[in-house]
Design a protein around this ligand. Structure first.
Ligand code: ZN
Length: 230
């Protein structure tokens, strides 16, 4: 889905920014958010401003190639990653990039999160891959993230943070929230001394739940073998 109304797209970005900041998913001026319009242009957040305190006049409208069409604020170099993702997957309407603490900590490991630790994780996210490190704002980083945007719901950025996408900004935001929540739960499980995954039979059952919700991306995370007790 893409936005037909510019004011709806801009309000969605401002609201996502407030929620990211309130939840401490971004520090200082970190993070960026974008929304794609039905004409292919993209509304994006500016650099150098807290995403919790943005106003509509700060947002910038870009052509798919990054040319500035509207707005006077300087756009973040990380928006190149958003434009690469939109180019790769025309079905997407919103992207959220944050440095939420648990997901960013996991991103330092440089590996995918592919464990079915909870029902919500398995249904809403599936597997979250990790894009190998590249410096912020670079074409390499943009391409390394974009490669996942057709098959997955987001990815970690090694030693940096995470990015999630969806049909609109709200869905992208919810995926950022679900990812952070998933990694926090995983940390708690490590504290409990056991990371116990859903069984294969439970995951197969959840495949039909995903289908019912229209979720076709994310793949199937690892589960544990079925036992006679499950
Ligand atoms: Zn970043």
């Amino acid at each position: 889905m893409s936005y037909t109304s510019a004011s709806e797209a801009k309000q969605a970005i401002l609201e996502a920014g407030r929620r990211l900041y309130q939840r401490a998913y971004v520090a200082a001026n970190d993070g960026n958010i974008s929304a794609r319009m039905d004409d292919g242009t993209v509304w994006a957040t500016p650099t150098g401003v807290s995403k919790g305190f943005m106003t509509e006049d700060m947002l910038v409208r870009l052509a798919p190639d990054g040319t500035v069409l509207e707005g006077t604020w300087k756009v973040s170099s990380e928006i190149a990653m958003h434009l690469a993702v939109y180019r790769e997957n025309p079905a997407l309407g919103g992207i959220v990039h944050a440095h939420s603490p648990a997901a960013t900590a996991f991103a330092t490991l440089g590996r995918d999160f592919d464990m079915a630790i909870s029902l919500e994780t398995a249904v809403q996210l599936g597997v979250i891959p990790c894009a190998p490190y590249a410096v912020t704002g670079s074409a390499e980083l943009a391409e390394r993230a974009a490669v996942y945007c057709r098959e997955y719901n987001g990815c970690f950025l090694e030693h940096h943070g995470a990015v999630t996408w969806g049909a609109d900004v709200l869905q992208a935001l919810f995926r950022t929230e679900c990812l952070e929540h998933t990694v926090i739960m995983y940390e708690h499980m490590l504290g409990l001394g056991e990371v116990r995954l859903l069984t294969q039979a439970q995951l197969t059952e959840l495949d039909s739940v995903r289908k019912k919700f229209g979720i076709t991306t994310g793949g199937r995370p690892k589960g544990r073998p079925d036992t006679k007790h499950d």
